[in-house]
Design a protein around this ligand. Structure first.
Ligand code: B12
Ligand code: SF4
Ligand code: SF4
Length: 329
């Protein structure tokens, strides 16, 4: 009798899981999987990474470590994470391309409206869909915020592996994807983790990084990473830091551009909410340097440039201009 009840529960959970995944795709997510919330299998890597000081001034990563190591503690009633990928790739850039007359380079993930806003709205719609499919279900949505180990959960949800460049790589799409997570107490069936490591003997990302930021495969010293320096680092640059950013005004794509999984499988997104906005994809660096806070807010207030803000973007613009005038080493 008990076995029959359990079989019915599983069949119902499986039906609901399929329905949630269908709704996620309809809402515009490119891939979706379900992850368990057991303790992080790579907690020791996170501890070592933090202890080595690789987080730089991102002190929030130290504060959030316990929850990252035990994702079940983030929302104690949650049973699973619904993990989504959204492709933001806009096309291969010519690796030899000089940055435009107007300025420095901007990482592709920032070429449109701020993804935190776009995906937060979409994830909230997914949470509503979960409530319709599983009446009374409680959920919480996360994208690049909060103590959620997003790459770990994506790997566990079967969506891809963590490459030597630390990116979550989807074998069908590459790594130019955003990860979004809904923690929920709904009874859904977890996927099998993506166990394979498809990097093999390749090390293109490690060799191409312009600042040698990888201290070992899969271990990034964020303090040397251009993405960290131009987005997360607070305060002025030292002379060395200024030189490290080169011609990157915001973020960096090099360790993804060279990855064969992106070269072969990344396809331009057709996401209507992620269309390219020229003022962020190819901004006027000189104007940024001179910009007033009110004008900056009007122009970039709903874009990823808001994270470093007017002071951070002025610092970045000054570095790009200084590096442009520097004689080649
Ligand atoms: C802090 C942070 C950064 C920092 C530090 C980056 C880093 N490599 O740790 C900086 C500012 C440098 C950064 C840069 C970028 N970031 Co960032 N970042 C984050 C954030 C907020 C936390 C990551 C973190 O905890 N890092 C500490 C390390 C130790 O943890 P981890 O990266 O999660 O790694 C874990 C797993 O990899 C696992 N692990 C380790 N070894 C192995 C081996 C195997 C086999 C497996 C399965 C797992 C595994 O253990 C680690 C610890 O749990 C996440 C969002 C989030 N909440 O997770 C976004 C996030 C990782 N960033 C993202 C992006 C897009 C970027 C950039 C591409 C932006 C850009 N173009 O400039 C670059 C890429 C740089 C790079 N090569 O990593 C995306 C990545 C999407 C994806 N497909 O992987 C995320 C998930 C945000 C999002 N929601 O989409 N980022
Ligand atoms: S984002 Fe750029 S600087 Fe950072 S690790 Fe990748 S290639 Fe190096
Ligand atoms: S460039 Fe090569 S080593 Fe680096 S993540 Fe891609 S496949 Fe892995």
């Amino acid at each position: 009798m008990k076995k029959g009840v359990e079989q019915l529960r599983r069949a119902e959970a499986s039906r609901r899981t399929d329905a949630v995944k269908r709704r996620a795709r309809k809402l515009g997510f490119d891939a979706v999987g379900i992850a368990t919330l057991e303790a992080n299998a790579h907690a020791a890597e996170l501890d070592r990474w933090l202890a080595a000081g690789y987080a730089g001034t991102m002190t929030y990563l130290h504060r959030q470590a316990e929850k990252r190591k035990h994702p079940a503690r983030i929302m104690p009633e949650a049973r699973v994470a619904v993990v989504t990928l959204t492709n933001y790739f806009h096309g291969h850039t010519d690796p030899g391309r000089e940055p435009g007359e107007r300025g420095g380079r901007v990482a592709q993930y920032a070429w449109s409206a701020d993804y935190h806003r776009v995906l937060s709205r979409r994830l909230e719609r997914l949470a509503t869909a979960i409530r319709e499919i599983v009446p009374g279900a409680k959920s919480r949505c996360y994208v690049d915020a909060g103590p959620v180990p997003e790459r770990e959960l994506a790997q566990r949800a079967g969506l891809g592996w963590v490459g030597k460049n630390m990116m979550l790589i989807d074998p069908d799409r590459g790594s130019f994807t955003f990860i979004g997570v809904v923690l929920t107490d709904a009874d859904l069936v977890p996927d099998l983790p993506f166990e394979a490591d498809r990097c093999g003997t390749c090390r293109a990302c490690l060799d191409a990084c312009p600042t040698s930021a990888f201290v070992a495969p899969g271990v990034l010293d964020a303090q040397r990473c251009i993405s960290y320096l131009t987005i997360e680092h607070t305060g002025p640059f030292t002379g060395d830091e200024e030189r490290l950013v080169g011609d990157w005004l915001f973020g960096c794509d090099v360790c993804q551009d060279v990855c064969p999984w992106n070269v072969k499988f990344a396809r331009p997104t057709r996401d209507g909410e992620l269309h390219v906005r020229n003022e962020v994809a190819d901004p006027d660096v000189t104007a940024l340097l001179a910009g007033e806070p009110a004008a900056f807010e009007r122009r970039f207030g709903d874009t990823p440039f808001e994270r470093p803000g007017v002071a951070g973007m002025r610092r970045n613009a000054a570095a790009v201009l200084a590096n442009r005038d520097r004689p080649a080493p």
